[in-house]
Design a protein around this ligand. Structure first.
Ligand code: ISE
Length: 337
């Protein structure tokens, strides 16, 4: 039957997922929403037929009308919501980051391990983006040879109020960490965060931009420019340099116009716009798998591995220099298929 979903967190992303489940996705509907802000939860619930509003995730999950959970609250709230879902054996789509640090991610991993099967798909939506999927397929054919370098650019229009220097690592570069591991099929072994003189447009005390280097266990070097107050829009680009050629995505040339002595296109303004199709495919894949009784996509292992890289990255940001990344042994439940 139709999957009845509780959406935890009704901020920018959560509200967009409610709209997506109701209007875009097939096979699911939203039956409960949760937010620490009761008024915000009520306002979102009021737009959906038969949807209840809650402030406590566990209370929503206790409802007979809920059979799956989409977590879109801020990262620090994820662990409690995940454990509440595990307690009821509910399948979960958890927005990134899984949790904000390696120790909490490991607790989630151990809790899922003790259930004996995967329950969580982690919201690394770039794996569902058409351009990234093309890039991954090309690399997997081996035609380009071994990847040597990966260059990433990640730019946001402006950082929301309350944004900190650490969040550029934990909330933004977290995507490049996942993309690196997924595209290359390698783990990140070390991270160095470099700090150029901040832009005059960065809020006080926010180190923006940052230039981040990863090393991988396959010997690749990866760089990421993260710049969250670029002022012109939302831009995500990646170029892989291999032994026999290069491949690049994210130039955004979907449409080019020429008019009155100029040529050009437009730049997306935020991730909801740029990755709309990827989010649609991600949530549809989760709903379809869940209805078949399966779990796919990025796993808790992926969430844990990037949490460990984030933690090392935040240390490098604060203290300077390279910080090594140490992972626990990969459990069989998360074996690469
Ligand atoms: C946001 O949370 C995201 O996940 C976006 O993809 C990223 O571009 C942005 O920097 C984050 O704040």
């Amino acid at each position: 039957g139709t999957l009845k979903v509780a959406v935890v967190g009704t901020g920018k992303m959560g509200a967009d997922h409610v709209r997506r489940i109701q209007e875009v996705i097939s096979g699911a509907r939203v039956t409960a929403v949760v937010d620490v802000d009761a008024e915000r939860a009520k306002a979102v619930a009021a737009r959906v037929d038969g949807c209840t509003a809650h402030t406590d995730p566990a209370e929503a999950m206790a409802s007979a009308d809920v059979d799956a959970v989409l977590i879109a609250s801020p990262g620090p709230a994820h662990e409690a919501a995940l454990l509440a879902a595990f307690a009821r054996d509910l399948p979960v789509l958890c927005e990134k980051p899984l949790t904000p640090d390696a120790a909490s991610a490991l607790r989630v991993l151990q809790a899922e391990l003790s259930l004996g099967r995967r329950r969580v798909q982690v919201g690394f939506m770039r794996r569902y983006d058409t351009e990234y999927v093309k890039l991954k397929s090309l690399l997997d054919t081996g035609q380009l040879g071994r990847p040597l370098l990966l260059h990433n650019r990640h730019r946001n229009l402006a950082s929301p109020p309350g944004w900190t220097s650490e969040m550029l690592i934990n909330d933004s570069v977290v995507h490049e960490m996942d993309v690196t591991r997924w595209l290359l099929g390698q783990e990140i072994t070390g991270i160095t965060v470099l700090r150029p003189t901040p832009s005059a447009n960065a809020p006080d005390a926010v180190q923006d931009p940052q230039f981040v280097l990863f090393e991988t266990d396959g010997g690749a070097i990866v760089d990421t420019e993260i710049f969250v107050n670029c002022g012109f829009g939302y831009q995500v680009q990646a170029e892989v340099v291999c032994e026999r050629g290069t491949a690049r995505i994210g130039d955004g040339h979907a449409m080019v116009t020429t008019m009155a002595g100029r040529w050009g296109g437009t730049v997306a303004q935020d991730f909801v716009e740029r990755f709309a199709d990827a989010y649609d495919r991600e949530v549809q894949a989760w709903v379809d798998a869940t209805r078949r009784g399966e779990v796919g996509g990025p796993s808790v292992w992926d969430g844990y591995a990037v949490a460990a890289v984030c933690e090392a990255g935040v240390r490098s940001l604060r203290e300077g220099g390279r910080v090594a990344v140490e992972l626990v042994e990969r459990p069989a439940l998360y074996a690469v298929s």
